[in-house]
Write a protein that binds this ligand. Structure first.
Ligand code: AR6
Length: 174
């Protein structure tokens, strides 16, 4: 287990970390799942900042990440990233999903974030198989931490027990 990686089960909107990551869509205008929960808990400030980003740069492409404040959330920032829709695995899904984690971490460090939490991006509405997604997530975060000493802690927060078990197994091997 890497001492800078933490595993939790629960609701990401409740976490007291510098940044939480949102599994958004390219419109950044909200949706269901974790995206809906973050916008509900964080309030309209987050949506207003998302609208301003879209007006300025256009939609957020798959694998990319943007940052807003945390609104009313305990987290200072929300990093919105767009995971790939699962399409059988031959449409570059793994690389795009890894990019979500890496680009979110890069953006975090640029904003002096020390503690950050990720949901299980793409494993809900976007139907990415949980086993494969967990492997991509753990590999991408572990690789980033190998070459970055600024971040203190990266939390994987799983909503469901199945993901929690998958992450436990993978993290124990590190
Ligand atoms: N805290 C932590 N994890 C959560 C929470 C929560 N409050 N709620 C759900 N999850 P999903 P995607 C988990 O569908 O697959 C949205 O409509 C959930 O159990 O939220 O990337 C967006 O607008 C699952 O493991 O995101 C996009 O259109 C994980 O979060 C689309 O869904 C991701 O599930 C993105 O789909």
């Amino acid at each position: 287990m890497n001492k800078r990686i933490e595993l939790l089960q629960g609701d990401i909107t409740k976490l007291y970390v510098d940044a939480i990551v949102n599994a958004a869509n390219s419109s950044l205008l909200g949706g269901g799942g974790v995206d809906g929960a973050i916008h509900r808990a964080g309030g309209k400030q987050i949506l207003e900042e998302c609208r301003a980003i879209i007006a300025h740069q256009g939609r957020c492409h798959t694998g990319e990440a943007v940052i807003t404040s945390g609104g009313r959330l305990p987290a200072k920032y929300v990093i919105h990233t767009v995971g790939p829709v699962w399409n059988g695995g031959k449409k570059n899904e793994a690389e795009l999903l890894a990019n979500c984690y890496t680009h979110s971490l890069q953006l975090a460090v640029e904003h002096s974030v020390k503690t950050i939490a990720f949901p299980n991006i793409s494993t809900g509405v976007y139907r990415y198989p949980k086993t494969e997604a967990a492997q991509v997530a753990v590999d991408a975060v572990n690789a980033f931490l190998q070459q970055n000493t600024f971040l203190d802690k990266v939390t994987f927060i799983c909503f469901d027990a199945e993901n929690l078990t998958l992450y436990e197994e993978l993290l124990n091997k590190l």
